[in-house]
Design a protein around this ligand. Structure first.
Ligand code: GLN
Length: 262
């Protein structure tokens, strides 16, 4: 079995290093003896419909609207819709998440049609651009540890009734607009505002997405990435402790040893 990973438009949506997500998926398959290929789809290339997993990254307003058009935004069908209907998994980060929604903000500041795979809309945020480290406590059904990443966006994403968030934001803005959540999920389409690349910082998320595509996976030794995660979570912790009086903590969620969340 060779798992095909479609890396969509890194020339348009490569600003924040999210192409690394494809590399992480391929590496974690390789470390388990599973063959994979990364199909890099550049602007203007036809989008293959036969990949098992697609990754779409973040970028600026103009390139993201070009990417949306090439993915069939505003039309019925489109290659990514066909792939998802056939069971493909999609990871969409920031601009990627925005353009897979129903509408997003175009480069002219007006609503532009999205690809329609995620039940969400994105509008310009009222406040300052949202930039910095993010910590997300994932929803229980995902079975994931706390997620770490960074964000850099102006858009605020609102979920429709057909979508679920990834989880509660414990630091940073995520979807913004006071929602207190990050991400948009519909079936096997998984959107988030977390850059990092998010799968480098959160190997458990990489394995969850891979398991959706290929089934159960053997565990790997992730001690090195645990060190990276601990370092990133420590970077957020002092600021959080200072702000603690203004933060609402859900019972059972505490900072422990300055490193892990539980
Ligand atoms: N251009 C979008 C925004 O600012 C997405 C940015 C990104 O992908 N980081 O909201």
């Amino acid at each position: 079995m060779t798992v095909s990973i479609g890396l969509l438009f890194p020339d348009l949506l490569g600003t924040y290093g999210d192409s690394g997500n494809a590399a992480i998926l391929a590496a974690r398959l390789r470390w388990r003896g599973i063959d994979s290929e990364v199909l890099t789809v550049r602007s203007g290339d036809p989008v293959p419909v036969g990949c098992q997993i697609y990754v779409v990254g973040g970028g600026e307003d103009l390139p993201q609207s070009q990417a949306a058009r090439q993915l069939g935004a505003g039309r019925d069908g489109g290659p990514l819709r066909q792939a998802v209907d056939a069971g493909a998994v999609v990871l969409a980060v920031c601009a990627g998440q925005q353009i897979l929604g129903l509408t997003f903000t175009g480069p002219d500041g007006r609503p532009a049609p999205g690809v329609g795979l995620l039940d969400c809309t994105t509008v310009p945020g009222a406040g300052a651009r949202m930039v910095g480290e993010v910590v997300v406590e994932p929803d229980d059904d995902l079975g994931l540890p706390v997620l770490t990443g960074y964000e850099n966006h102006a858009g605020v994403t609102r979920l429709g009734p057909g979508a679920r968030p990834v989880g509660r934001v414990r630091a940073g803005s995520g979807n913004g607009g006071g929602s207190g959540v990050d991400g948009v999920r519909v079936g096997k389409v998984f959107g988030t505002y977390l850059h990092g690349p998010v799968l480098a910082r959160n190997p458990a998320l990489a394995d969850l997405l891979l398991s959706w595509a290929v089934g159960a996976l053997d565990p790997l030794d992730d001690r090195e990435s645990e060190d990276l995660r601990a370092e990133r979570l420590r970077a957020v912790a002092p600021a959080r402790r200072r702000r603690r009086s203004g933060v609402r903590w859900r019972s059972g969620v505490r900072w422990r040893s300055g490193v892990r969340w539980q």
